[in-house]
Write a protein that binds this ligand. Structure first.
Ligand SMILES: Nc1ncnc2c1ncn2[C@@H]1O[C@H](COP(=O)(O)OP(=O)(O)OP(=O)(O)O)[C@@H](O)[C@H]1O
Ligand SMILES: [Mg+2]
Length: 495
């Protein structure tokens, strides 16, 4: 059992780290140790303190007390610059690229220090970017503007940035949350290669399968405390869940048969979704799923006509989409999902001001109690409904984005990766909620890169390829294989 790891050098050691934010004890005396050449996974529920611990390591946050040692040296004043000089690189939960710069400019900016941008060797810079992208198996065009990239493509650029700095310690905070399984597998190949080169990796993820397959050791956090540190070969999934949640979790996909009603949404020439139906949308990244969702919701007006509740409409703006009874939970929650500066209560009532306002004035008590209900239903971890959403953990922000739409009860709800970054316990709750919405007669368009989620939840699954619908599978004919063959364009006769 992992003897090599136990013998190898300790590269990072945290002892008794405490960190509080106003009213929240995010880390309570956490100790953590990382050895050369190991993948050390950090897991725990949303809000457990994983990202906070990562930021203490990178110097983005200073602990209230406790010590950080890197390569045996105690770091008195950590900072992003200090940690980078020590060979620590990080890939965060949310990509942070400059939207108006190209892919290679973004990579260059991360690598070139001290006035490097003044002397611009365009050719060398693009070649460097290309080489780094190739190393992670990506064919991304270095000249593309960051604003035109999908979430997955942005994450690929972030990984290239981190690799380019020749890190000895690499922190990855949910790097696969927005990746498809194929892209994620590719990333693991890369992680294994880095490990063989002696890079030590801290890996944060909610996908327990990938952790069990790739990690050497696993540290579990719960409510800011270190609950356990185990060798990955000594634990299994149920035990990890038990350690994380402190209870066991039932079925993840509580799909129930719901009476299917009239057509609520018709996309001419493609598909229709009926009341009570969950229509899954599968496809590779870039296959056009998000683009379709954005078009339906009026974010990318197309001028084409769809039918909502049997009435032809042309949707040219989100405001009109909402009036027609459409809701949209976007993949990138920072763009249209939540307003980080606003409180939970304000965000929850944002899409439905009518229900909490009287004579044009917002009734804050109604707003707060409405939000409080969703905070409890979705188990959103927050000190109160009056804290800015920006202070919540990633998964909890996602839950607020969902709550915001649940209040408005649209007739057609488009969910783009609704459980991305959400922990196992909350995932089951969100799935249950989606089924309840279907039972109430809502038509649901569910976009997900996780095939088990799509297969578990959907009545029918549409598969997209190259911007169009390649086929539709009924629940009984949909399998991982039939979906993938449609997504890749092999003909198997499955459709
Ligand atoms: N800047 C901040 N201000 C106030 N509270 C914060 C801030 N950053 C984090 N917190 C709180 O600290 C706790 C731990 O958050 P953290 O982001 O570390 O969780 P996490 O384990 O990464 O969760 P997730 O899986 O959802 O990403 C949460 O309760 C969060 O609300
Ligand atoms: Mg986090």
């Amino acid at each position: 059992m992992g003897t090599q790891i136990e013998d190898s050098k300790i590269v990072l050691s945290l002892a008794d780290i405490q960190k509080s934010f106003a009213g929240v004890r995010a880390l309570r005396g956490v100790s953590f140790e990382l050895r050369a050449g190991e993948v050390h996974a950090l897991i725990g529920e949303n809000g457990a303190g994983k990202s906070t611990l990562a930021k203490v390591i990178t110097g983005d946050l200073l602990p209230d007390s406790g010590t950080v040692e890197v390569f045996g040296n105690s770091i008195a004043e950590n900072s992003p610059i200090v940690s980078r000089q020590l060979g620590i690189a990080a890939i965060y939960q949310q990509p942070s690229l400059f939207p108006d710069l190209t892919v290679s400019e973004n990579i260059a900016l991360a690598l070139e220090t001290g006035g490097g941008l003044r002397r611009v060797y365009w050719k060398a810079r693009n070649q460097r970017a290309k080489a780094l992208l190739e190393r992670i198996g990506s064919k991304l065009d270095p000249w593309r503007l960051a604003r035109t990239l999908s979430m997955a493509e942005q994450q690929i650029v972030e990984i290239a940035k981190a690799l380019g700095t020749d890190a000895r310690i690499l922190l990855m905070d949910e790097p696969t949350a927005v990746l498809t399984e194929r892209e994620a597998e590719h990333l693991f190949g890369l992680v294994r290669r880095l490990r063989e080169d002696g890079v030590a990796i801290v890996y944060i993820s909610h996908r327990l399968e990938e952790i069990l397959a790739s990690a050497d050791r696993i540290t579990v956090l719960r409510d800011g405390e270190r609950i356990a540190c185990r060798s990955a070969s000594d634990v299994d999934r149920p035990e990890l869940i038990q350690l994380m949640v402190g209870r066991s979790i039932g079925s993840v996909f509580p799909k129930r048969t719901v009476p299917i009603g009239d057509v609520a949404l018709e996309v001419p020439g493609a598909f229709s979704v009926r009341r009570g139906e969950i229509f899954g949308l599968a496809g590779l990244v870039g296959s056009g799923r998000t683009e379709l969702a954005r078009t339906l919701f009026g974010l990318t007006p197309s001028g084409s006509t769809i039918e909502v509740n049997g009435r032809p409409v042309r949707i040219d703006s989100p405001a009109q989409a909402i009036r027609e009874g459409l809701g949209y939970l976007p993949e990138d929650r920072r763009l249209h999902g939540v307003v980080l500066e606003m409180t939970i209560a304000e965000n929850v009532s944002l899409a439905s001001l009518a229900t909490v306002s009287r004579h044009g004035l917002i009734d804050t008590t109604a707003e707060e109690s409405l939000a409080a209900r969703y905070v409890s239903d979705l188990r959103i971890k927050a000190p109160s409904v009056n804290v800015p959403v920006g202070t919540l953990s990633g998964g909890n922000q996602q839950k607020v984005a969902l709550a915001r739409w649940l209040v408005t009860t649209p007739r057609v709800m488009i969910l783009d990766e609704p459980t991305q970054g959400v922990d196992v316990g909350s995932k089951a709750e969100i799935h249950e909620l989606i089924v309840q919405l279907a039972e109430q007669g809502m038509a649901i368009l569910l976009i997900s890169s996780e095939l088990p989620e799509l297969l578990g939840m959907s009545d029918r699954i549409g598969v997209m390829r190259g911007g169009t619908l390649a086929g539709i599978l009924n629940r009984d004919e949909a399998t991982q294989e039939s979906i993938m063959s449609l997504a890749f364009g092999h003909s198997t006769g499955a459709a």
